[in-house]
Design a protein around this ligand. Structure first.
Ligand SMILES: [Ca+2]
Ligand SMILES: [Ca+2]
Ligand SMILES: [Ca+2]
Ligand SMILES: [Ca+2]
Ligand SMILES: [Zn+2]
Length: 725
């Protein structure tokens, strides 16, 4: 449904239109984006929200309606109806004896009888209901038929029935109905809930000067006495009660043809007020193309066996009655200003009519989807820019909760609902998303379905849970606010490594997990990557082959958010690595090399290989297995010059020297007895004579330091003398 109302707003729009129309006349095709004010008027829902509990009460689960025959005469002079509704239903329980129907409590309507066949049934009238007592019990699967005959003046609840052609016009010049969500019960008794679809025959009797339009195919007309004509309409597919509709007055017809996906033809018949034919030709000129576009996108038009068309009525918006949208006469202006409503109501034929909401809490499956259809039509005409601009026109910073909304026909349901589909497209990608939408249609055509089922259908194409999305955006209110920034380090090997930070700064600090598109601007073109943002404060690393000159986050606005603000990331050493990511934040080290992975970069790590030997004391600072050997503290000299000592840390071989204290302390060699000894024992065969002081110096040697390399420092920190020559 898309509504607008209010006389002043109509005139205001009309005068704007004339201007726009004269300017836009040369632009083809034309699809003006409605202003927020137009949408506001369209959707100022005065419909009262009806709690599910009242209208989906248990007893109606006992039976399933299969068919309604609604045989009603509409009498304009008295604004009354008279006739009968015959309900064919199937029991779903054992011993069904009570059938609870919805029928508005109204002293001006009299039920003359309720019968099964020729048997008169008793009944009572709980508030807004009829409790019919069947004359026998029916078991599961058994069908029965009851006929309610009644007449009187229906009360119009939220404009469920109107008797005028135009606002302020004479009463009794037309009849039209608008039953969504629970107005059907004001003019015909039914099981008035959207989860029980049934086929419908409509026998509308009206003054012979009128044409009565209805749902489905016109299967016959009969001229009756007293200048009355009966129009008999029949839907091939089942529909819900709120979509059953009459629109009748003195109409002219405007005909178009839709070529089906298989090359067949389907009639498009519009019923407009006499004199509006040529304006309608222009206003509706895009409709066949719209049907073709939606059919290509989602699957064939759902009621291709019957028809499509629009019937002018008093309302300032449109209502997607199956196959026969009711369309505000004021919108037929001979321009394309209201093409968005034409597209919206048409999209409803898939979303709402073919696939209906199981409960009114699911109404976004109607309105969000139909509104999203407007954006897709904008995309069809204007490409990606047209699509994005249209989505942006639906943006609001004050959306509530989509599922089970506080206002059944508020902006949240329409516009945030459309944004939810837009976001899902962003998550799944164009191809998978459209396939999932087709699945949704195929799986639920002629059925009623829930939001949970929709999530499951999307998940099947996505290949994973979409709870992260539905729990935040469909079942809750709120928005993320983003901050984002980038710093880029030149790694010197043709790679530029960017650190991208994304912060969620919404006051609630409720986490929104979403894939986020990040675009790095480089001299070699823009690079867009999708990152999985699942922390309130998160860094990502992205590489490019050219220097990065800027960043954009979610530049095509795939995510519904309150704000996005670019921030500068602190980088005191200007190496392109932000301070908080920099493993040496005050030493430029673009590559962030960290040999021992201890989070201290090589550029500032005092012990790069983390072997316990500081770099300054480590002859192999990047080899934890090599380094300056520890000292050999105790050498045992046994009789006969048998030397032995404890292995020193890291020592692979040993040098053994012998000399005087003076010689050795001076850093000389004395005598180099052996170099490269791989054991910790040595026999000094040339033992000096007794009384001759000699000293041995055993030094470890680490081959990893290089054969001729340093032997590190002694216990005082002084460099050791060179190894044995
Ligand atoms: Ca830095
Ligand atoms: Ca640094
Ligand atoms: Ca380190
Ligand atoms: Ca070291
Ligand atoms: Zn709608």
């Amino acid at each position: 449904m898309s509504r607008r109302s209010g006389l002043s707003s109509i005139f205001a729009c009309a005068s704007t239109l004339l201007l726009a129309g004269s300017i836009a006349a040369q632009e083809i095709p034309n699809f003006p984006i409605p202003t927020p004010e137009m949408r506001e008027q369209t959707r100022k829902g005065h419909i009262k929200y009806v709690p599910e509990a009242v209208h989906l009460a248990g007893p109606q689960d006992n039976y399933d309606v299969q068919h309604y025959l609604i045989d009603l005469e509409f009498i304009p002079v008295s604004k009354s109806v008279t006739g009968s509704v015959t309900i064919t239903a199937q029991s779903l329980v054992a011993g069904l004896q009570h059938v609870i129907l919805d029928f508005y409590t109204n002293p001006q309507i009299t039920i003359s009888s309720i019968k099964r066949g020729t048997t008169v049934l008793s009944y009572s009238r709980p508030t807004h209901q009829i409790d019919v007592t069947l004359d026998q019990a029916f078991g599961p699967g058994q069908t029965f038929e009851i006929k309610i005959t009644y007449s009187g003046v229906p009360v119009s609840v939220d404009d469920s029935i109107s008797w005028q052609k135009i606002n302020g016009g004479f009463p009794g010049t037309a009849v039209s109905t608008l039953s969504e969500p629970v107005g059907a019960r004001t003019w015909w008794p039914c099981k008035d809930r959207p989860d029980d679809k049934a086929t419908v025959e409509e026998w509308w009797t009206v003054p012979s000067t009128w044409t009565a339009t209805g749902n489905g195919k016109l299967v016959g007309t009969t001229v009756l006495a007293n200048n009355r004509t009966q129009y008999r309409w029949q839907m091939t597919d089942p529909l819900t009660t709120y979509l059953v509709s009459i629109a009748a007055t003195a109409y002219a017809t405007v005909n178009q043809t839709y070529t089906t996906l298989t090359g067949g033809t389907m009639p498009i018949t519009h019923y407009v007020y006499v004199g509006d034919e040529s304006k309608a030709q222009t206003s509706f000129s895009e409709l066949p193309n719209m049907i073709a576009f939606f059919a290509h996108t989602w699957g064939e038009y759902p009621f291709v066996e019957d028809k499509y068309g629009m019937s002018a009525f008093i309302w300032g918006g449109g209502m997607e009655h199956s196959t026969n949208t009711s369309y505000g006469y004021q919108l037929i202006t001979g321009t394309h200003t209201y093409d968005y409503i034409v597209a919206h109501e048409l999209a409803h034929q898939w979303w709402g009519d073919a696939v209906s909401p199981a409960t009114w809490a699911d109404v976004w499956l109607n309105e969000g989807f139909a509104t999203y259809g407007e954006a897709r039509w904008a995309e069809n005409l204007g490409g990606g820019v047209g699509y994005r601009n249209y989505m942006q026109s639906l943006y609001s910073s004050s959306f509530g909760t989509v599922y089970n909304p506080s206002n059944l026909f508020g902006s949240t349901v329409y516009d945030k609902g459309a944004w939810c589909l837009h976001m899902l497209r962003g998550i799944l990608g164009d191809v998978s998303f459209d396939l999932a939408m087709r699945d949704w249609y195929t799986q639920n055509d002629n059925r009623s379905a829930t939001t949970a089922q929709f999530q499951a259908t999307m998940e099947a194409r996505y290949g994973a849970s979409l709870d992260f999305f539905f729990q935040r955006y469909v079942y809750a209110s709120g928005y993320p606010s983003y901050q984002y920034g980038v710093a880029t380090a030149n790694l010197g090997n043709g790679t530029y490594r960017s650190t991208v930070r994304i912060l969620q700064t919404q006051a609630s600090q409720v986490l929104f997990t979403m894939p986020v598109r990040v675009t790095l601007l480089t001299g070699a073109g823009n690079v867009t990557q999708t990152v999985w943002n699942n922390q309130l404060d998160q860094d990502f690393t992205l590489d490019t082959t050219a220097p990065v000159t800027g960043i954009q986050m979610d530049q095509d606005n795939w995510i519904l958010k309150l704000s996005k603000t670019q921030i500068t990331l602190a980088d005191q050493d200007l190496d392109g690595v932000p301070d908080r990511n920099d493993n040496c934040s005050s030493t430029a080290n673009a590559t962030q090399a960290d040999f021992d992975l201890d989070l201290a970069g090589d550029a500032c790590d005092p012990d790069d290989d983390n072997d316990g030997l500081a770099d300054v004391a480590d002859c192999a600072p990047f080899d934890a297995a090599s380094g300056t050997p520890g000292s050999v503290d105790v050498v045992t000299v046994a009789t006969g010059g048998h030397l032995s000592w404890d292995a020193a840390a890291r020592a692979e071989t040993y040098d053994v020297q012998r000399g005087t204290v003076t010689e050795l302390r001076a850093g000389g060699y004395g005598a180099c007895l052996i170099a490269g000894l791989a054991t910790t024992v040595y026999d000094d065969g040339d033992v000096p004579a007794d009384g001759e002081a000699s000293f041995y110096l055993v030094r470890g040697h680490d081959a990893g330091c290089g054969g001729a390399g340093s032997l590190g420092t002694d216990s005082t920190g002084a460099p050791r003398p060179p190894a044995c020559p």
